[in-house]
Design a protein around this ligand. Structure first.
Ligand code: 0PR
Length: 392
C-alpha cells in the first residue's frame, strides 16, 4: 500500500484501468439484463450511500421508505399490503423464497421444489445451499411450460412450486394462473420469479392483452421476485422479494438478530449489512417517473424489440426462436445447426450476446440503453456473419 496519492492522479488511473470496460452507451452490450441506472436514482443514491438497512432501528426513516416502496410495488403487482424487501438481486430473492418454502414445511425430510427447466441458475444455487431437490418440468416445442409434466412432478415431498414471469432465455411468461389452479388444494408455497418481467409486464398491459395474470391477482401466488436493477433502472444492487402476508412468514421463517444497536429485529435476508441508498434511490425514481414514465421507457424498448425481430425474420438462415412477449429476443438457426459459431463470429464484431446452449439460441435483451442505430448496425453485422457462415 502506498502513502496516499493525489485524488486527481487516482481518477486518472481509474479512467485508464476502466477503459477496458464496455459501456452500455456503446450499444455493444446487447445480451445483458442490466443497464445504466437512471441518473436521478444515481444522484439520490450518492447522497444516501451510507444508510444501512441491516440495522433498521438506526435508520427508521430509510426503513419506512422501504416499507412504502415495497407496498407500492406490491400494488403494481395487484397485491394489497404486500411486504418484503430489497435484496442484492434476483438470486438472493429466489434463495429467500426457496428457504421460506422449506421452512414452512418442517415435516418434510427431503424437500423438493417443482419448477420449469427454463428457471434461472439461482434456483440451482438455492437448492444446493438449502439441500432442496429440484424437479424440473419440461417445455413444449414452442418453449411454453409442459403443465402436465409439471403436475406429474408434484409428490409428498414437494414444499413449493415456481413459475417464471419473464424467462432469462426468452422473456416468456409461464401460465401462472394454471399453476395456481393446479396447486390450489395442495398447500404449497408458490413463488413467481419476475426478476426481469416485474418491471416490464405491468406496463405492457394495455398494449399486449394476451399476457395472462402472473402476479398477486392470482391468489395462490405467495411471493414474487422483481429486480429494480434490471428493467427498473435502479442502482446495482437492487433486487426485490415481495411477499403476501409477510408478517406471518417472517414470524415463521425469519432470523432473529437480538443484539443490533438499533434494537431487536427479525428478517429473512441472507446478508446482514444491507444498502439503504439503493432503496431510497428507487423510492425516488418511482415518484419521479410514475407509471407513465416507466411505461414510456418500456414502450420504447418494445418498439426497438419489434424492429430487431422483423430484421431477424428477414435474414435467411436464422429465425426468431419464438415471437417476443417482452423485450427479450431469441435467435436460432433455421436448419437446426448449432448457434455457437454465430455467437463466436458476432463476438468478433464486439457484439456481446447471451448464449443458451440448452435451447440452441442466442439472446438479445433490448434494454433502455439499446437504441435503434445500435440495432441497425447489429443487424447489418448479423447479416454479414450469417452469409459468411452459409447458414442458409
Ligand atoms: N431470475 C431471472 C429470471 C433472471 O433472469 C435473473 C438474472 C435472476 C433471477 C438473478 O438475478 P441477479 O443476477 O440479480 O441475481 N438474469 C440475468 C441473466 O442471467 C443476469 C445478468 C445480468 C446476466 C446482466 C448478465 C448480465 O450482463 O441473464
Amino acid at each position: 500500500m502506498n502513502n496516499g496519492l493525489e485524488k486527481q492522479k487516482i481518477r486518472e488511473i481509474l479512467e485508464r484501468k476502466l477503459s477496458k470496460d464496455l459501456s452500455y452507451d456503446s450499444g455493444y452490450i446487447l445480451g445483458s439484463m442490466c443497464t445504466d441506472a437512471h441518473e436521478f436514482g444515481q444522484e439520490i443514491y450518492a447522497k444516501y450511500v451510507s444508510k444501512n438497512l441491516g440495522d433498521p432501528g438506526l435508520f427508521l426513516g430509510t426503513a419506512e421508505l422501504e416499507e412504502e416502496v415495497v407496498e407500492e410495488i406490491g400494488e403494481l403487482f395487484n397485491g394489497k399490503k404486500i411486504g418484503g424487501s430489497f435484496t442484492t438481486g434476483g438470486s438472493e430473492a429466489n434463495l429467500i423464497a426457496m428457504r421460506i418454502a422449506k421452512k414452512l414445511k418442517p415435516n418434510i425430510d427431503r424437500p423438493e421444489i417443482v419448477l420449469p427447466i427454463s428457471a434461472h441458475r439461482s434456483f440451482d444455487k438455492a437448492a444446493d445451499l438449502l439441500g432442496i431437490k429440484l424437479r424440473k418440468a419440461k417445455l413444449n416445442d414452442d418453449y411454453s411450460l409442459d403443465l402436465e409434466h409439471f403436475e406429474s412432478l408434484i409428490n409428498k415431498n414437494t414444499c413449493g412450486a415456481v413459475g417464471i414471469a419473464g424467462t432469462t432465455s426468452l422473456g416468456l411468461v409461464d401460465p401462472i394462473e394454471d399453476i395456481g389452479n393446479m396447486i390450489r388444494d395442495r398447500d404449497l408455497f408458490f413463488h413467481v420469479d419476475a426478476a426481469f418481467g416485474g418491471f416490464v409486464l405491468p406496463f405492457l398491459k394495455e398494449s399486449q392483452l394476451k399476457i395472462k395474470n402472473w402476479d398477486f391477482s392470482v391468489k395462490e401466488v405467495n411471493s414474487i421476485t422483481a429486480d429494480p436493477h434490471k428493467m427498473g433502472m435502479g442502482v446495482i444492487p437492487s433486487g426485490g422479494i415481495f411477499i403476501r402476508e409477510s408478517e406471518t412468514i417472517i414470524q415463521k421463517a425469519g432470523f432473529e438478530i437480538p443484539y443490533l444497536a438499533g434494537g431487536n429485529f427479525k428478517h429473512l435476508h441472507i446478508v446482514g449489512t444491507r444498502p439503504g441508498g439503493t432503496v431510497i434511490a428507487f423510492w425516488a425514481l418511482m415518484k419521479y417517473l410514475g407509471f407513465s414514465g416507466f411505461k414510456k421507457i418500456i414502450d420504447d424498448c418494445m418498439k426497438n424489440t419489434r424492429y430487431i425481430a422483423q430484421k431477424i425474420e428477414d435474414i435467411d438462415g436464422i429465425k426468431l426462436a419464438t415471437e417476443p412477449v417482452m423485450n427479450v429476443v431469441g435467435i436460432t438457426t433455421e436448419n437446426g445447426e448449432s448457434i455457437c459459431e454465430l455467437d463466436e463470429e458476432l463476438r468478433k464484431f464486439n457484439w456481446m450476446l447471451g448464449k443458451f446452449l440448452k435451447f440452441n439460441l442466442i439472446r438479445i435483451v433490448i434494454m433502455p440503453h439499446v437504441r435503434k442505430e445500435h440495432l441497425q448496425k447489429f443487424s447489418a453485422d448479423l447479416c454479414t456473419v450469417v452469409e459468411r457462415l452459409k447458414l442458409k
